[in-house]
Design a protein around this ligand. Sequence first.
Ligand SMILES: [Zn+2]
Ligand SMILES: [Zn+2]
Length: 297
Amino acid sequence: MENVKISFLGTGNAVPTEKRNHTAILLSFKNENILLDCGEGTQRQFKIARISPNKITRILITHWHGDHILGLPGLFQTLAMSEYSKTLHIYGPKGTSHYISLLKNLVNISIPIEVKEISGKFLETPDFFLEAHQMEHGIATLAYSLVIKDQIRIDKAKIKKLKLPNSPLLGKLQQGQDIIINNKKIKSKSVTYLEKGKKVTIILDTSFTNKTIDLAKNSDLLICESTFSKEEESRAKEYKHLTSVQAATIAKKAKVKQLILTHISQRYENNPEIIEGEAKKIFKNTKIVKDFDSLIV
Ligand SMILES: [Zn+2]
Ligand SMILES: [Zn+2]
């Protein structure tokens, strides 16, 4: 089964703290290393996590507030110095093309970058697709889902037992077609099995809106901002952020399997368990992450 490894390189909010850097999340699977947001200092977080930024294949940007993007110019510079040879694909909300060209000019580098301003389903391969929905945060803001598709797999033990020769026809079985081989009919269903895909949704800065629930629907994992505790609900509303209780409500209503809380305000530097505890009362399978935590779905 194709696993997705998620590395939390930064889990803080607008101001970095001793324990939490600005937001950066790396999604790694197959040949992909997709970086979601790149706050100031993300390069150093890569170093500490012992991951090479040269591996990055794509960057997803949620929105153009400083705490999510100020690491980009430095990252571009490092990639240029380390002779990054791929085309760096960058996706983001409206305005992204303009801002990326400003940053490229600022640091005067010329690595190949392709920028797309996107919404809805924007990238599809045989293995996975990526989708973005508009959020409500005062400026153009996106939240993202990564969907690894269901795959039909060949049961190698069964193939061996039937003594089927290695043939391109086996590929047809994988496409769900029955085949005739050595005058024998082989039904696709009898020698294949369905490997369920998975869905990871990442919702960062936003007010509480039904759009979050639509995007997160049936996710195996929801990574959600929880900038404030429930006591600060009016502040969350004013700054267009979510509370612990709202994040947990999204998880519950969207029927996700697991909730991870991030984008934590500096006011909870020494007591993040407040946030986690409040969320757990509504959605039990909740965990708050810290910088350099990683998990596999
Ligand atoms: Zn933020
Ligand atoms: Zn923001």
